[in-house]
Design a protein around this ligand. Sequence first.
Ligand SMILES: Cc1cn([C@H]2C[C@H](O)[C@@H](COP(=O)(O)OP(=O)(O)O[C@H]3O[C@H](C)C(=O)[C@H](O)[C@H]3O)O2)c(=O)[nH]c1=O
Length: 182
Amino acid sequence: MQAIRTALPDVILLEPKVFGDDRGFFMETFNVQTFQRLTGCAKPFVQDNHSRSTRGVLRGLHYQLGARPQDKLVRAVAGSILDVAVDIRRGSPTFGKWVGEILSAENKRQLWVPVGFAHGFIVLSETAEVLYKVTDYYDPQGERAIRWNDPDIGVDWSYQGEPLLSAKDAVAAAFRDAEVFP
Ligand SMILES: Cc1cn([C@H]2C[C@H](O)[C@@H](COP(=O)(O)OP(=O)(O)O[C@H]3O[C@H](C)C(=O)[C@H](O)[C@H]3O)O2)c(=O)[nH]c1=O
């Protein structure tokens, strides 16, 4: 596993070592010691999530406030997504800046999205299955969303056409009105 820096220093792309042979491949998708060395995060993961979406589905931009903010380690095990993280820490020099990385069953890359960043993805393939580990339990009261196309952030989702949003995401807050991190 190697770490690839992104334009946001705390958001890290992880690339596993893949052992291919005539049967297929093997890789370690998560190793606590390696993860902690590469990210500096010693928090344990307490929940695994799995979502399946069709082309053009956009989930995000989500983050969690309150008692249970979640760090996330995201990967796509089927299909391809553009995974996006936005710095929403008001005191950060990269406040409001975003990065997007292609995560796919093919590239097997993972994105580490710490607390303090909004997270979202759009599906670029016919379907995509996304698995992610989180460092705290789901807390509906803590869920927050920023609108996917907020002009103050300006994410380029690399997708032509209108995305398919949940009812919640369709009415998400403008970035300027959002409750963010200090
Ligand atoms: C996130 C979550 C959801 N749920 C239930 C609540 C709803 O009845 C249903 C769908 O939830 P939601 O529409 O919030 O799911 P997503 O739109 O995929 O939200 C997630 O997608 C973006 C990309 C994220 O980064 C977060 O992990 C999370 O916000 O699953 C649970 O029971 N546990 C959970 O941890």
